[in-house]
Design a protein around this ligand. Structure first.
Ligand SMILES: [Zn+2]
Length: 292
């Protein structure tokens, strides 16, 4: 039964630390927390980007996962997104926050803008975007073909928590907008960037897909928090985006982004009180495999 698979408890043993909330982002978010526990998790879909780092924020147990690995060695197209989401769910995580760096596609979305998107457009090319691909897992079980809906790809309650957290820090966020996810690792040409802007899309990044849809396939809540680190090539004249520029702006904003992130964690619904559509993503569907 789909319901049993979806609602099954965690695969963790009594000795394995657990978490209820996952944060997929860099080490800048957890490195100063006290009593952080590092655990390695393997998954039927391979290894996640790094260990999980478990700590506590406002009484909530949180698992941090450095999306690009702790030494930032994984480019966006080589991240094992399936393993990352599966690993988080296997330690008990049911709600995920995904902070990310993006380029602004409109002049008014300059560096330092925080945008909480409500839509994405997939412009990636090479990424596996489903757990349910009909191929056998190492334990011999075979996922059924399952079609979930990402019509509204981000969690309603998670977005609300993120927006309220930003406002609480006097950082007025952009409420909604479309994140274009490109394959990378290169940035956009000026023509591509102008095209995205002409379509009415808001910001451009490299990791938002398939992260959000894979979370949906596991009935996890997922919320993106996009920090604009630069104006994309089409929104500004000059030489275009540089990697250094992105890293500089991210570093300059990481403290307040961390504060907002932690406040958002505190504002997420308790595990037993989740009542969003994400929880019913697999309603009536049989994935054919046991979710962790
Ligand atoms: Zn949700």
């Amino acid at each position: 039964m789909a319901t049993n698979a979806t609602d099954a408890g965690t695969a963790s043993t009594a000795n394995t630390p657990t978490a209820e909330i996952g944060v997929i982002g860099g080490s800048g978010f957890y490195s100063f927390l006290e009593n952080v526990t590092e655990i390695q998790v393997d998954t039927p879909y391979g290894s996640p980007s790094d260990s999980l780092f478990l700590g506590e924020i406002a009484g909530r147990r949180v698992a941090f996962l450095p999306r690009h690995g702790r030494s930032h060695h994984l480019p966006p197209h080589r991240i094992n997104y399936r393993a990352n989401l599966w690993a988080l769910r296997s330690v008990g995580v049911r709600q995920v926050l995904g902070p990310c760096a993006v380029g602004g596609l409109r002049p008014e979305y300059g560096p330092g803008t925080l945008l909480v998107p409500d839509q994405f457009v997939d412009r990636t090319q090479s990424r596996v975007q489903t757990f349910y691909d009909g191929l056998p897992l190492p334990d011999g079980t075979i996922p059924n073909v399952v079609h979930v809906s990402p019509a509204d790809p981000y969690c309603h309650d998670g977005r609300k928590a993120a927006l309220e957290a930003a406002r609480g820090q006097d950082w007025e966020p952009v409420d909604g907008g479309t994140l274009v996810v490109i394959e990378g690792p290169r940035f956009s040409t000026r023509a591509e960037s102008r095209w995205y802007a002409a379509m009415g899309w808001s910001v451009v990044g490299m990791t938002g897909h398939p992260e959000a849809v894979l979370a949906r396939e596991l009935a996890l809540c997922y919320t993106s928090m996009a920090l604009v680190t630069d104006l994309d090539a089409g929104a500004v004249s000059g030489e275009g985006v540089s990697h250094e520029e992105v890293m500089e702006v991210f570093a300059a904003n990481v403290d307040r982004l961390r504060t907002v992130l932690f406040d958002a964690v505190a504002g997420l619904p308790a595990d037993g009180e989740r009542d969003c559509l994400c929880t019913r993503a697999l309603g009536g569907l049989d994935p054919g495999i046991q979710l962790p």
